[in-house]
Design a protein around this ligand. Structure first.
Ligand code: NAP
Length: 264
């Protein structure tokens, strides 16, 4: 029996992943804070697909709640798919934003995602199979677009996923970072830019998730649904890898060791 645990499944992208993974034959464990919304998603999916759906009401910013979800990932060996989707953003410039709220953002977008991945990954590797889908964002490669802490959290998700791929691919574990662009969900209201959800530039959440799953089926490690020309990412990634292979030097580059020009 194959089971997927999805965080942030009470609305938006996470609720669509729940629907799509159930239709692909997974039973589900859905996690979020709002019990009645989670239950509504679970009831609809069970009615439409016949899959079994458990819900866990948890605030992933609270250590005890997060530990409960980690324990489920460690102990339920039927779980073979983890979708780390819960998260939130902000459009506020850094100096106008509340540092406590930024701290909460790091707790959900980074710490919870990292801890849940740890909880799942060793069992997946031992069993030689599993899939970890981490929801990043286009701001991972465009940190100037929105709030800088948000961009930083999503850059962490991208780098962490690339590192996991490096470590886990030969153990039968698949990992994928998904970088959505503007997607029509409640995200924008929570981030402080509600109208953007209705902008003609935002992608419906259904189309975003279907594209992300198509990328997973194609074996992509990084999937960017709104990027029209995939060759752009391939070139960017090839350049990053080239630079990364050229960084082991005991001496600084000559441009940093030249004698300063005499003052005019
Ligand atoms: P959303 O509709 O606001 O969904 C966010 C989900 O996360 C909800 O189910 C929410 O449920 C859950 N969540 C938030 N804080 C939580 C906490 N402390 N503990 C547990 N669950 C929590 O927004 P979305 O667009 O679907 O966002 C999903 C992911 O996509 C996020 O990681 C976001 O950064 C990313 N993303 C979104 C966009 C976009 O344009 N929408 C673009 C790029 C990336 P409860 O409130 O019930 O807890």
């Amino acid at each position: 029996m194959s089971k997927a645990l999805i965080t942030g499944a009470s609305s938006g992208i996470g609720a669509i992943y729940a629907d799509r993974l159930a239709r692909r034959g997974h039973d589900l464990v859905l996690v979020a804070r709002t019990a009645d919304r989670l239950q509504a998603v679970a009831d609809r999916i069970t009615a439409e697909t016949g899959r079994s759906v458990e819900i866990i009401t948890a605030d992933l910013g609270q250590a005890d709640d997060l530990a409960r979800v980690e324990q489920v990932l460690r102990e339920d060996v039927a779980i073979d798919t983890l979708v780390n989707n819960a998260g939130f953003g902000s459009v506020m410039p850094l100096i106008a934003s509340d540092v406590a709220r930024m701290d909460e953002m790091v707790a959900i977008n980074v710490t919870a995602l990292m801890r849940l991945t740890y909880a799942a990954a060793s069992g997946f590797a031992e069993r030689g199979q599993g899939t970890i889908i981490n929801i990043s964002s286009i701001v991972a490669i465009g940190p100037e677009i929105l709030n800088g802490v948000y961009g930083g959290t999503k850059a962490f998700v991208l780098a962490f996923t690339q590192s996991l791929q490096h470590e886990l691919a030969d153990k039968g574990v698949r990992v994928q970072a998904v970088l959505p662009g503007g997607t029509a969900t409640e995200f924008w209201g929570i981030a402080g830019y509600g109208d953007y959800a209705n902008s003609p530039q935002t992608m419906p959440a259904e189309a975003m998730v279907d594209a992300a799953l198509a990328g997973l089926d194609m074996g992509e490690v990084v999937t960017i649904p709104p990027l029209q020309d995939g060759a752009m990412w391939d070139a960017y990634e090839a350049q990053r890898r080239t630079i990364a292979r050229n960084l082991a030097h005991a001496t600084p580059a000559p441009r940093y060791t030249a004698e300063p020009a005499p003052a005019a």
